[in-house]
Design a protein around this ligand. Structure first.
Ligand code: SF4
Ligand code: SF4
Length: 477
């Protein structure tokens, strides 16, 4: 039997829709700029061209899966150079540590794709349906022609944004102008259509409906970054010691001497995209977007009180201000041992990547000795070892590579199917050349079990050479 209490309680709270009110101010302006720049980069980047010569794609940013290469303007990353991508991911991680320890969830509030696209969707919603009160009225009113028209317009615009988002994503993986034509004419690969459909649907659902639910319930980041923040981290906070006891401001009546600066106007709550009240203290749901600061500053201006009832503040500042002392400058919170340590790590990885980028060789050599059998005895008694040498030409033109061997022992080298010791590797290609190393009968390498050898590859037109060390196996008598 179920008790009446059990029947009425639920593990899941029904989502209360959030209708953020329009607000203006310095942080809102900053957020508009970040939105314009990040979305602009995302949508425009695949269309930027970059001339790399006739044998290479001219798309500035391209993840060329078919040829297993990544192009970023003048930089070309091959699969065996994945450490560059790993390095960039490490830098992104360290950057997040740095920003979080300096200014809390600044990534969530300003630059996270979920925040940016939700902002854009809310902008469309406000443009079609009006500001907060009009949107609440429209939600509550029964379905009629006006509501149907407005909702259909909004959903269509959201779908178009979703489609542009999914479309832009697939353009990063193949030549964008060609793919656009293929998509429109129905000739693109099914994977392109499936990816676009998936991204269109997720953008539509996450930006249009799930919104703050993604940040509160789906994203692990709020839980992780709590470990990176300390009492010196600046974050958005309500100066409760200044605002309380709050009280409504009644027209024509003087403000009571005992009343705090908060006039309980709810402006900070009404603009919050997460639907929370910052006056309740620090909350997991707060993405530190600072819109409540703009809203409250506007109210303070109107009632003639100093700005900053809600502001960026560290816990140490809170303690100081409560004790009647001034807060430390924001710069002193940003530049401290912890953030400087993260900055040093971030810069170290960045410098290492740049150095590695400039020092990398345009030729790559990889040697695989054939071990079955480990050596062959030829009719004249000499010993032969076989190796597969993989040569990678990273240049935009064919190159002649000379293969040679050096060792303390006397060894000869020959190439399978090639007279002499020079092979031609086509532009931007990898080829495998079978190489034989021979030790004459009675020489030290033929009689020893193992002899160290060094295989060299020299680019004849650029006078550059690289080597790979390996082993020559003899009889071992
Ligand atoms: S906007 Fe400022 S004055 Fe209005 S309720 Fe929020 S904290 Fe109080
Ligand atoms: S409480 Fe303020 S800073 Fe936090 S999410 Fe809401 S509006 Fe943004």
């Amino acid at each position: 039997m179920t008790s009446p209490d059990t029947e009425t309680s639920s593990l899941y709270a029904k989502r209360e829709p959030v209708f953020p009110k329009r607000v203006s101010g310095q942080f809102r302006t900053l957020k508009w700029w970040i939105l314009a720049v990040t979305l602009g980069i995302y949508y425009i980047a695949p269309w930027i061209r970059w001339d790399r010569g006739p044998s290479l794609p001219d798309q500035a940013i391209l993840v060329d899966i078919a040829n297993r290469r990544f192009f970023f303007f003048m930089i070309e990353i091959w699969p065996h150079e994945f450490y560059f991508v790993a390095g960039l991911l490490i830098m992104a991680g360290l950057g997040l540590f740095l920003f979080t320890s300096a200014a809390g969830r600044v990534w969530c509030g300003y630059a996270c794709p979920q925040t940016v696209w939700t902002d854009l969707f809310i902008l469309v919603e406000r443009w079609v349906e009006g500001d907060r009160n009009a949107r609440i009225r429209l939600l509550r009113q029964r379905w009629d022609l006006e509501k149907t028209r407005k909702y259909l317009t909004k959903w269509t615009l959201w779908l178009l944004i979703g489609l542009a988002t999914g479309g832009a994503w697939v353009f990063y993986f193949t030549d964008a102008p060609t793919l656009l034509v293929d998509l429109v004419t129905g000739n693109a690969h099914p994977v392109a259509y499936i990816t676009m459909a998936t991204l269109t649907a997720t953008t539509f659902a996450f930006g249009g409906f799930a919104r703050e639910q993604i940040c509160i319930y789906a994203c692990p980041w709020p839980r992780i970054q709590a470990a990176m923040m300390d009492e010196e981290t600046i974050t958005v906070a309500y100066r409760e010691w200044r605002g309380e006891p709050r009280g409504k401001l009644k027209k024509g009546e003087p403000v009571s001497e005992t009343q705090g600066d908060c006039i309980d106007c709810m402006a900070c709550v009404n603009v919050c995209p997460m639907g929370i009240d910052i006056r309740d203290g620090q909350q997991l749901a707060c993405i530190t977007c600072a819109l409540c600061i703009d809203a409250c500053d506007e109210v303070m201006d109107k009632i003639g009180k100093p700005r900053g009832l809600i502001g960026y503040l560290a816990l140490t500042d809170e303690r100081a201000e409560r004790a009647g002392q001034p807060a430390r400058s924001a710069w002193r919170h940003i530049f401290r041992v912890r953030t400087l340590f993260y900055t040093a790590l971030w810069s170290g990885v960045g410098v290492a990547l740049v150095v590695a980028l400039f020092l990398r060789s345009p030729i790559d050599i990889n040697v695989t000795p054939l071990r079955n059998p480990i050596f062959v005895t030829l009719s004249d008694g000499s010993i032969r070892n076989t190796y597969d040498v993989r040569l990678r030409n990273k240049q935009g033109e064919a190159r002649d590579y000379q293969i040679s061997v050096t060792s303390a022992a006397d060894l000869a080298l020959s190439l399978e199917g090639v007279p002499g010791s020079v092979v031609t590797v086509p532009a931007n290609e990898t080829m495998t050349q079978r190489v034989y190393i021979i030790a004459n009968r009675g020489t030290s390498a033929a009689e020893a079990e193992r002899t160290d050898v060094r295989l060299w590859v020299e680019d004849l037109s650029a006078a550059q050479r690289v080597h790979h060390d390996t082993i020559f196996n003899g009889r071992g008598n």
